[in-house]
Design a protein around this ligand. Structure first.
Ligand code: GSH
Length: 259
């Protein structure tokens, strides 16, 4: 287990925001554009707890590679929390921990075994199927300029089909009230807005997202800025990929005209 003493002075105060609700000692290290971070942020709001928010810029400054952060989390992923020396990463583990430790009741993460199993099933569905298929499809496009593997696109579509089926019979993804599985999956699905992949044709998903966007008073605060940040980054990556392709084409024309 990673435990570190909390040392506020090591971490610059400029990037910190204090959220004041009921008192706790959690430091939340996040990047707004990251879906797992948005999920944890929504959970913090839902629980009404007081956290120190530390934003790190992974896009322009690669702050997640700085020694202080790698020392804290060798996997250098956000979200990461520091709860008075208890360090935890992996968003779905963080969601469960925050509710277990700070929830006034077990509504967001039921303790009754079968109810909890249904929430866990959807959290595992998210990390192993839905979020995974989204990353598998979009990462080669955004990082390597690939045009997109149709087989991976189909995997993403079938993950969305499964979710759409689940939501045909349920109000929320794991039953008839909001749980941490909704927060995780809401953050995943809305990430598609950043790459302009429409999920409107998945009627039940669209209805559920629209409902949560109006039902959760903190939705915009925790999500909209991050989705826009991601959108800008996607635009930049696409422009860079187009410029590289144009340069390669010009090189090849020059080479052919010489031979
Ligand atoms: N399964 C992890 C995924 C975390 C993750 O990959 N976060 C990305 C941002 S969305 C990250 O920190 N990437 C930096 C890196 O992997 O070095 C979770 O849910 O927390």
């Amino acid at each position: 287990m990673f435990r570190r003493k909390r040392n506020k002075n090591k971490i610059g105060m400029d990037s910190r925001k204090k959220m004041s609700f009921s008192s706790c000692s959690v430091e939340f290290i996040y990047m707004a554009a990251s879906p797992p971070c948005r999920a944890v942020w929504m959970c913090i709001k839902e629980l009404g707890i007081d956290v120190d928010m530390r934003h790190i810029d992974m896009y322009k400054k690669a702050e997640h590679t700085q020694p202080w952060f790698v020392k804290l989390n060798p996997q250098h992923t956000v979200p990461t929390i520091n709860d008075d020396g208890f360090i935890l990463w992996e968003s779905r583990a963080i969601l469960g921990y925050l509710v277990n430790k700070y929830g006034k009741d077990d509504r967001l993460y039921p303790t009754e075994p079968q109810k909890r199993a249904l929430v866990d099933r959807m959290l595992y569905f998210d990390i192993g199927t839905l979020y995974k298929s989204m990353v598998d499809y979009f990462q080669p496009i955004l990082y390597m300029g690939s045009s997109g593997d149709p087989q991976k696109a189909n995997q993403l579509k079938s993950s969305l089909d499964y979710l759409d089926q689940y939501l045909e019979i349920e109000e929320y993804v794991a039953g008839d009230n909001l749980t941490i599985a909704d927060l995780a999956i809401l953050a995943t699905v809305t990430h598609l807005e950043g790459v302009e992949w429409s999920y409107k044709s998945y009627e039940n998903i669209f209805r559920w997202v629209t409902k949560l966007k109006t039902e959760l008073p903190y939705y915009n605060e925790c999500n909209q800025g991050g989705i826009n940040m991601f959108k800008d980054w996607v635009k930049l990556r696409r422009e860079q990929a187009a410029a590289t392709a144009a340069e390669e084409a010009a090189k090849s024309v020059r080479k052919n005209s010489r031979t």
